[in-house]
Design a protein. Structure first.
Length: 324
């Protein structure tokens, strides 16, 4: 049984601290550091991402002689997260840091992968090994590789931090390191029919673990496995509790439709070798109300030995008091 998930609300540790902590520092699932101090010597080998990626830089890297995928995340301003991700909340969060803790793409991935690890279901996605914090030298090196500008300065000591820099850092991020997640390096080839068939079952299982992926287009799969949880909500999550049922149902339909569209794409390219799941088609064709495996139904307190205290902590610390 896992230990209590209560922890002090606090932003990401700043340089030169040596964090031996799990992130994010709010109740619920968390991801451990890849190394004890979350630092590592990294050789950036090859860019693996897409030119239009808005959340991160994805690279093939070498760490201690082994090859991995490294996903290094841009920063997001808390106000942008509040408006774009938390705008449908019926109960606003108590402070700007909480919008970062629950809606920032890095934290969304940490929480989803943390749930997979704690429930021993890492087979449902490409595996994540832990997070790293880049040094100023590493973040500058990576920015120079991408831009081709050898004199580029991109680290936290820059003058005015208004988001108009490589890592999209604002003043609220000053002194905070670039965050990255070390993942399994997998082939970019299209899935075979066997791998493709399991995608719907995997997504259904993710829902049963309280993980609402929300972004299931074909570009987020490699070999039939999900590689991206940067838009995911994992119970306990304010959006899964304090967004209306109709809105959540529409979001669920959108998520399922993305996967269905990917199945159609694969069916066209693989001819008759793949069967599109009939129940998935049914849910996307006017029967979404019949889908019962909803992430918000996950019993997030079941595995916490101090459940009552955690629940009270969430209710007292997360939300603004209603206006009188």
């Amino acid at each position: 049984m896992m230990a209590s998930s209560i922890s002090r609300f606090a932003p990401l540790p700043k340089f030169p601290s040596r964090p031996a902590v799990l992130l994010p520092r709010v109740p619920g699932p968390k991801l451990a550091p890849f190394t004890p101090n979350a630092r590592a010597d990294i050789e950036f080998v090859e860019f693996l991402g897409r030119a239009n990626d808005v959340d991160s830089q994805v690279w093939k890297v070498k760490i201690n002689g082994a090859l991995f995928t490294l996903k290094a995340f841009y920063f997001c301003h808390s106000e942008t997260l509040r408006q774009n991700q938390g705008g449908d909340l019926t109960r606003p969060l108590a402070n700007s840091q909480l919008y970062i803790d629950y809606f920032d793409p890095f934290n969304c991935e940490c929480r989803a992968y943390g749930r997979l690890k704690e429930r021993q279901r890492e087979n449902l996605a490409v595996k994540a090994y832990g997070y790293l914090l880049l040094t100023p030298q590493q973040e500058t090196e990576l920015a120079r590789k991408v831009t081709g500008n050898p004199s580029l300065l991109s680290h936290a000591s820059a003058g005015t931090l208004d988001g108009d820099n490589f890592w999209k850092r604002y003043e609220e991020h000053r002194g905070q390191p670039v965050r990255a997640i070390v993942k399994e390096l997998v082939s970019g080839k299209a899935p075979n029919p066997h791998d493709a068939q399991r995608m719907w079952a995997d997504l259904d299982n993710l829902h049963s673990l309280g993980i609402f992926v929300r972004d299931t287009h074909g570009g987020n799969y490699l070999g039939g496995k999900l590689v991206d949880f940067s838009r995911s909500w994992t119970m306990y999550h304010p959006a899964l509790v304090h967004i209306g049922e109709n809105t959540l149902q529409l979001l669920m339909l959108e998520e399922l439709q993305q996967l269905l569209d990917y199945y159609y794409e694969l069916a066209n390219s693989l001819s008759d070798e793949i069967d599109v799941p009939e129940d998935l088609e049914s849910y996307c064709s006017g029967q979404i109300a019949k889908y019962k495996n909803l992430p918000r139904a996950y019993n997030w307190l079941k595995w916490d030995k101090n459940a009552a205290a955690v629940k009270a902590h969430v209710e007292s610390e997360l939300y603004q008091e209603p206006a009188l």
